[in-house]
Design a protein around this ligand. Structure first.
Ligand code: ADP
Length: 513
């Protein structure tokens, strides 16, 4: 059967061989074994369900939250001579009815729908009355409440599916899934361990860079000027920032478009089309932009502010270089942005336990900005990516050629201070004590009596906090959990305190410790 799949790959798509993972996913599906594919962006997930859908009898239902992508996918299949359609709210009621009728007459090999379609009795009745080849969940991380983009409408499909008596095989595909999300998806749609195909997340053509301690605007204008002929996305945290950066670039004479939820649909569509068709080279946007944008030649993604979590960061940054060509992912770091993100979590309507998870995720994001390890590796470790790999050799940490300084003594100061404060306080308070601050709270807790009080007086509080984040990123301190996380020592910290381990830091960073 896989031979037939290979022929289809050659015949319809003109590709001589499968990419890593594709063949396994396809054979699980064709053997009617529910399967979960975790592959990086640009890894070729569509083909994983398109080929079984072409080879097997019946209609394949593809569930996707990305209405904007459905049309492109359907057009592409139609152009190959494969009967396909989509049914979603962008169509008139009449058109939806017509397509549903055609689906019932088995006219289509593929029908793309948004999750909400499963709320419609007509639709459910229609899929029960036909022969199905497979059901595929694209962007499957949206099913899991542990995913960063949980959609209840997606999850509520699961019990409905379980009631179908003509359910053939279910496929789930995603580019972003932590171990928790993978387990959750497995449990929900009954995927056996051997049918999880995880090719790892590494994007070998991407070079990650962290930029700290520079004027963001200056950096931005220099950066985009050097790349004036290349396409890039600039992500900002708020609509106001998008408007501001966009204005700034326009005034400097760059061809930039903007995109955020405050613009009307027409404006957004126009901006998006101009960018996709290379009429504008730069897109300044909030995170509202990107889901479902299939532009392969984006050469850089620059984050003007620190995002909420690694999941969103990797997904947004991953919009660079889908064509496999070398591309850059830059993150401009400032401590203030972290404050904004904390505020956003605090203000949100999430339940307290969910907030705690979000704080923890934000902390991992902050650690990313402070680590001295390979950045790609840091991200892969975050996702518990177990696939074989080496350091990337391209990120700003791998490329660092400067000297490193021995910061063991300073690290010992911080660690012993954390210990003396009872491992009950966060970075801010610890920095105050080490600085020797006369803050009221420091006095209240009598921390001015500690032997570590004022021990790092020559640094600013901000520098000390940043050093603490570095220690956290290196796993020399545990950042703690919740809204007011308290730092705790780790097994590695004990090695530092007892002089068994030294702490090295880039010289560039020690100047801004
Ligand atoms: P994803 O959904 O995983 O981000 P896509 O399915 O959009 O990725 O595929 C990305 C690109 O890779 C597409 O242009 C697709 O045609 C191409 N592609 C997929 N499979 C193969 C293959 N086996 N050989 C060569 N190119 C492939």
């Amino acid at each position: 059967m896989i031979e037939q799949a290979r022929q289809q790959l050659q015949h319809y798509f003109g590709y001589p061989s499968f990419r890593p993972g594709q063949e396994q996913v396809i054979s699980h599906a064709m053997n009617k074994q529910n399967t979960l594919a975790v592959m990086p962006t640009g890894g070729g997930k569509s083909i994983c369900y398109q080929i079984p859908g072409m080879v097997m009898d019946g209609t394949a239902i593809i569930i996707s939250p990305l209405i904007s992508l459905m049309k492109d996918q359907v057009d592409a299949l139609t152009a190959l001579g494969v009967p396909a359609t989509y049914i979603n709210s962008s169509l008139s009621n009449e058109e939806q009815r017509q397509r549903l009728q055609d689906m019932k007459r088995n006219r289509y090999s593929f029908v793309y729908v948004a999750p909400e379609r499963f709320d419609s009795g007509f639709f459910l009745q229609a899929i029960q009355s036909i022969k199905l080849s497979l059901i595929a969940f694209d962007e499957a991380h949206c099913i899991s409440q542990w995913g960063h983009d949980f959609r209840p409408s997606y999850r509520s499909i699961v019990p409905t599916l379980n009631k179908l008596n003509n359910l053939p095989v279910v496929m789930a595909l995603t580019a972003t899934a932590t171990t928790e999300v993978i387990t959750d998806i497995q449990r929900l749609i009954h995927v056996q361990d051997d049918a999880v195909v995880n090719t790892g997340f590494a994007r070998n053509n991407l070079a990650f860079r962290i930029v700290k301690g520079q004027d963001k605007r200056d950096f931005l204008s220099r950066y985009v000027k050097e790349r004036s002929s290349e396409s890039g996305i600039i992500y900002a945290a708020t609509r106001k920032d998008v408007d501001y950066i966009h204005q700034f670039l326009i005034r400097k004479g760059f061809q930039a478009g903007k995109y955020h939820a405050g613009l009307n649909e027409l404006e957004r569509k126009q901006a998006q089309n101009d960018f996709i068709q290379d009429k504008t080279t730069i897109m300044v946007a909030t995170n509202a932009f990107g889901m479902g944008i299939d532009k392969s030649n984006v050469r850089y993604v620059l984050h003007y502010a620190v995002p909420m979590n690694i999941e969103s960061y990797y997904q947004e940054a991953g919009r660079a270089g889908r064509d496999g060509e070398p591309s850059e992912c830059i993150l401009l770091f400032s401590g203030q942005d972290v404050g904004l993100q904390k505020y956003l979590i605090e203000q949100s309507e999430m339940a307290e336990d969910k907030k705690a998870v979000e704080y923890e995720k934000l902390q991992a994001m902050v650690n990313y900005c402070h680590t001295h390890r390979c950045l790609q590796e840091y991200i892969l470790d975050y996702f518990h990516d177990q696939t074989e790999r080496e350091v990337c050799g391209k990120c700003s940490n791998c490329q660092y050629e400067g000297e490193k300084e021995d910061m063991t003594k300073e690290a010992q100061m911080v660690l012993s201070c954390v210990k003396r404060m009872g491992e009950r306080f966060g970075a801010g308070m610890t920095a105050k004590v080490l600085k020797g601050s006369s803050d009221k709270r420091v006095k209240e807790f009598r921390f001015d009596q500690l032997s570590t009080y004022g021990l790092m007086g020559q640094y600013t509080e901000k520098e000390i906090s940043s050093f603490i984040h570095f220690l956290t990123a290196e796993d020399l301190l545990n950042p703690g959990q919740g809204k007011f996380p308290s730092l705790q020592l780790t097994p590695k910290s004990l090695e530092v305190l007892t002089g068994k381990r030294n702490v090295w830091m880039k010289v560039e960073a020690t100047h801004t410790v």
